[in-house]
Design a protein around this ligand. Structure first.
Ligand code: PSU
Ligand code: MN
Length: 307
């Protein structure tokens, strides 16, 4: 591979793995700093790195620390991201700001994809993707995660799209952007807390090898951009769609009443849903990330075997 970008700092472990063509899995940091409460967030981040190692890949959690984009973090870094009050939520448009100012940033799916790609990492595991927000016809609130999926060549493993978003419009936008959407072991596109969403999956796959083959074929064809791998939450961990639906409606109504919008919308909604469910949504969220980590490591191994 070519040398990673000079502005990036890779750990030796990640740099060695990439040089050797060994499996590497990127992880985001907004989920740590703005997606879950402390201390469950740092426990989740640490555990997920362990799961990826146990499944034969090297984890590379990505964030900006003191203005430096970092690929691969240590325990102190994860603790800082989880507990420090002053970590900016960084999507692609925010990257230049935190780098120029020398501050800390937790990267979203979009910014993590971009930094992973600059480092030469092809597989990225997260919980949920950003997408087209409900009411986007008025607010224009469409996550930059979708823009990035349209142009940056990384496969992203998630549990689908939460129904705080408009799932149908999100799937339409992914189609427009030329992004393959693969649901794993399901004919339905999953909705994060629930296995169902009421939307058919654009494509079904049943193995990590199939996912890796689609990713390789896309990029071998010269088609830049991501692949969405939607991995339904395990049955024993899911919150039924009708149950979580009412809670999401309440959280959305609370957000509207408080006038919260823009980049604060997703973090507010996630926090409010944890509050209303008395922590049950957090338990489900952690379970699905674990499940995604196992799949992501398997996909990275299959990709490495194809090379
Ligand atoms: N969904 C989650 N947890 C998260 C996020 C989404 O269940 O932490 C984060 C991800 O980092 C995602 C970001 O990229 O929110 C999307 O934010 P926005 O809608 O502002 O683009
Ligand atoms: Mn937004």
């Amino acid at each position: 591979m070519t040398a990673p970008h000079p502005l990036l700092t890779l750990t030796e472990e990640v740099a060695d793995a990439l040089r050797d063509g060994a499996p590497v899995v990127a992880l985001e940091s907004t989920i740590i700093s703005h997606g879950m409460p402390y201390p469950q967030n740092v426990a989740m981040a640490t555990e997920v790195e362990g799961i990826i190692r146990d499944h034969g890949a090297v984890p590379a959690t990505i964030a900006v620390l003191d203005g430096r984009p970092r690929v691969g973090l240590g325990a102190d870094d994860l603790e800082l991201l989880a507990s420090h009050g002053d970590v900016t939520k960084v999507s692609v448009r925010d990257l230049p700001l935190v780098v120029a100012r020398g501050t800390h940033g937790a990267t979203t799916v979009a910014a993590t994809m971009r930094l992973a790609s600059l480092a030469g990492i092809e597989v990225f595991v997260t919980g949920g993707l950003g997408g087209v927000h409900r009411g986007a016809q008025q607010t224009f609130d469409v996550s930059a995660d979708l823009t990035e999926l349209g142009q940056t060549s990384v496969g992203v493993v998630s549990a689908g799209v939460k129904s705080i978003l408009d799932i149908g419009l999100t799937l339409e936008t992914l189609e427009t952007l030329g992004v393959p959407v693969l649901a794993v072991g399901s004919d339905e596109f999953p909705s994060f807390y629930s296995r169902s969403s009421g939307h058919a999956a654009p494509n079904r796959v049943d193995t990590a090898a199939e996912v890796a083959a689609v990713m390789r074929a896309k990029w071998d064809l010269g088609l830049a951009g991501g692949v969405v791998v939607a991995n339904p939450i395990p049955e024993e961990d899911e919150i039924p769609a009708d149950e979580i639906g009412l809670i999401i409606d309440q959280a959305l109504a609370d957000m509207e009443r408080l006038g919260i919008h823009g980049k604060d919308a997703t973090p507010y909604l996630l926090g409010r849903i944890v509050e209303i469910t008395g922590g049950a949504s957090l338990t489900a969220n952690i379970a699905l990330v674990r499940h995604n980590a196992r799949l992501g490591a398997a996909i990275a191994r299959e990709l490495a075997a194809l090379a």
